[in-house]
Design a protein around this ligand. Structure first.
Ligand code: ATP
Length: 245
């Protein structure tokens, strides 16, 4: 059974500052409702791929110079980030980017900025049901631990009621125990809210434990892709990405 893609990235090239070629023809498909992971070493172009989808590339003098990004049947490459958020794609940036001098609830309300319905309060409670420890934190978000800030950043994305969330290294800076907890919650949100997830990770073990399909990127190109089982059993993936013991 092949589910229809909600997102198709077709052979994109990305250039920064008009000259620095970073993506050299990247294609990937994300089926609706699934979790897909994008793996690869530092500097491979994973974050750039996410930014090409969310439009945040524009804020860093980057541009999609070839190929297309199709979301729900619509071409979105090089559109404004805000227009893309309104179409239903929300990116959780690497390093979390929560607003430190605002409270948890104020940060969560920010996530709902595109919405006009009156259910923001209910959604805040729903986010607290996923991340109970956030509810206990009534001070400024800047005083949260790294793990709590990551949870808040994911909670803020959920507040937007997006169709798809792009996660840039949710495991970064977290203890192994917290990484496990955060991934379990991501998976729960995917199941319960039906939100499609594209997750960039260095932690291939954890990402492949949760994603049904994965892509591996090196030097601006996809070098391998496959189902969870195919990648977990692939000798190169075992040697270079999964480590031993
Ligand atoms: P990491 O895990 O380190 O973030 P990555 O796979 O996400 O790695 P990118 O951050 O997409 O990789 O970077 C890919 C390449 O693009 C790197 O060589 C990087 O130096 C370059 N790059 C990233 N952002 C910019 C920018 N704003 N201007 C110029 N070059 C950039």
């Amino acid at each position: 059974e092949t589910k229809p893609s909600i997102l198709s990235v077709n052979n994109i090239e990305v250039v920064y500052d008009e000259v620095i070629l970073v993506l050299r023809g990247v294609s990937l498909e994300v089926p609706e409702g699934e979790i897909v992971t994008l793996l690869g070493p530092n500097g491979a172009g994973k974050s750039t791929t996410l930014k090409a989808i969310s439009g945040l590339l524009k804020t860093e003098r980057g541009e999609v110079t070839r190929g297309s990004v199709n979301f729900m049947g619509e071409e979105i490459s090089n559109r404004d980030p805000e227009a893309i958020v309104r179409r239903g794609i929300f990116q959780v940036m690497e390093g979390r980017r929560i607003i430190g001098d605002m409270t948890v609830i104020e940060n969560l309300r920010l996530g709902a900025f595109t919405r006009r319905d009156g259910q923001v309060r209910d959604d805040i409670e729903r986010v607290f049901s996923y991340f109970p420890r956030l509810k206990e934190r009534t001070g400024l978000a800047g005083y949260l631990s790294g793990g709590e800030q990551q949870m808040l950043a994911i909670g803020r994305a959920v507040m937007a009621r997006p169709k798809m969330i792009l996660l840039d290294e949710p495991s970064m800076g977290l203890s192994p125990l917290l990484v496990k907890e955060v991934f379990n919650i991501i998976h729960k949100i995917n199941r319960e809210q039906g939100i499609t997830m594209l997750i960039v990770e260095q932690n291939a073990n954890m990402a492949l434990h949760h994603a049904g399909y994965g892509y591996i990127m090196e030097s601006g190109k996809i070098v391998l892709d496959g189902t969870q089982t195919e990648l977990l059993n692939n000798q190169d993936v075992k040697d270079f990405y999964l480590g031993h013991g």
